[in-house]
Design a protein around this ligand. Structure first.
Ligand code: SF4
Length: 432
């Protein structure tokens, strides 16, 4: 099956392993030993894949600067899927990352036709209040794309390196696609690269926590970041099998390559358009030196964008969760009693009769109530594992899970909504 990812569509990706083969997303679980206190989504394989996240684990381990960035398109109510991204941003902020949250009003305006006023209202009343209520700290930056001149300027610069064929190949744009829709794709790349601009401290590892359907943005941005840089660094071999490192000047200004030859360690030889370095295999040191030269010559020196990819929750009735079907999801502003009722009506992985359930056990992997507990409602891994084993060995019945999940959901929403009201009075702390 050919997997097509479409960030503006609502694609159900039912076999994530294909993403590893077809799109080069790497499995996340091998990185977990490098993380001091992994988030529950990491521990529970909800975050299943990554790109370049080793840059982030290295920064976290060694106290180096890093950023986390993600965005929300203001188009309706914020639901549990949005909460997942918010939690991931906040976790990285707590781990020492500089946090950035962009409200993608340019995307909403160009793709959904949402008015600017409505974008602002939804951005604040839905997304930002919940983000603050969940624990986002004021030392992070929350901004609207349309109000950020650094994002808009960078999007314009990135546009020089992007062409229609490339955008069409990634997003399926056609001759009918409006130009602002294309600009909004570049604006999101600018959002992603913004934390690496000099005004925010310069190049640094930046992770974007997303659902797998957002990978096209990540791929586009990684490509654009690479194209914006002045130099390309490669490992090569000469005709006597000697290994060396070559720094190729793509669009480097005059004198920049000579400066690279001066600054790198090893035996550097300057040629027309490139510098070859022998006697060292210290890629990280060469990369650092070359990036510094690039910055001194007015370039960006972008590091490759890192990303984590999480699984989606299914809809409460099974199938796909959809923001246009209220019964399929729980919004963070839903009335807690109504939300509890939705949980009680949710599809479980239970058997047809109680006898069968006692004999065969339930099927938590097909159960949306179990998903609610796993993704949102039970933080203690042991408690969850116990519940899981009681389900599969037939000693637990679905009614008790539904009651538990309904009560936990109602409690969570009640508290969250109180915190949202407190957040409303704190907006000025966030410059909003
Ligand atoms: Fe789901 Fe609980 Fe029923 Fe198992 S017992 S299928 S976890 S509701």
């Amino acid at each position: 099956m050919n997997v097509k990812l479409d960030p503006w569509g609502a694609v159900n990706i039912d076999d994530y392993s294909k993403l590893f083969d077809e799109f080069g997303i790497l499995p996340f679980d091998v990185l977990i030993p490098d993380i001091a206190k992994p988030h529950k989504y990491m521990r529970r394989n909800v975050i299943f894949g990554h790109r370049s996240y080793d840059l982030i684990t290295d920064a976290m381990k060694n106290g180096k600067p890093f950023s986390v960035m993600s965005g929300f398109m203001p188009s309706g109510k914020v639901h549990l899927g949005g909460k997942m991204v918010m939690e991931e941003i906040i976790w990285h902020q707590q781990m020492g990352g500089n946090a950035f949250v962009g409200i993608a009003d340019r995307e909403s305006h160009s793709v959904r036709g949402m008015s600017w006023e409505k974008c602002r209202e939804l951005g604040i009343n839905e997304y930002i209040l919940s983000l603050i209520a969940l624990g986002f700290e004021p030392d992070g930056l929350i901004y609207f794309q349309s109000e950020s001149s650094s994002v808009k300027d960078l999007a314009f610069e990135l546009g020089i390196k992007a062409n229609f064929s490339e955008l069409s190949a990634i997003y399926g744009f056609s001759g009918e696609t409006n130009i602002s829709h294309m600009i909004s794709a570049l604006t999101q790349s600018a959002d992603i690269l913004q934390p690496q601009l000099s005004e925010f401290g310069g190049p640094k590892p930046t992770v974007i926590p997303v659902g797998a359907d957002q990978d096209p943005h990540i791929r586009l941005t990684r490509g654009l970041g690479h194209k914006m840089n002045m130099f390309r660094i490669e490992g090569r071999e000469d005709n006597k099998d000697n290994q060396y490192i070559s720094v190729r000047g793509k669009a480097a200004p005059e004198g920049a390559l000579a400066e690279v030859a001066e600054r790198v360690t090893g035996d550097a030889k300057l040629f027309e358009g490139h510098v070859d370095i022998f006697g060292t295999d210290d890629f990280p040191a060469i990369i650092d030196a070359v990036r510094q030269v690039e910055l001194d010559f007015g370039g960006y020196g972008f590091m490759p964008t890192a990303a984590t990819y999480h699984r989606f929750m299914s809809g409460l009735q099974g199938g796909k969760m959809s923001s246009s079907i209220p019964e399929s999801h729980i919004a963070l502003t839903d009335d807690p009693k109504e939300a509890a009722k939705k949980v009680k009506r949710a599809k479980t992985g239970g058997r047809v009769t109680l006898d069968e359930q006692k004999k065969l056990g339930g099927e938590p992997e097909k159960c949306s109530v179990y998903e609610l507990l796993l993704f949102h409602l039970i933080d203690d891994d042991n408690e969850l594992m116990e519940l899981h084993s009681e389900c599969v060995n037939g000693s637990r019945m679905c009614g008790s899970c539904k009651s538990l999940a309904a009560e936990l959901m109602s409690d969570f929403l009640t508290e969250h909504q109180e915190l949202r009201e407190l957040a409303r009075d704190r907006l000025d702390e966030y410059g909003l």
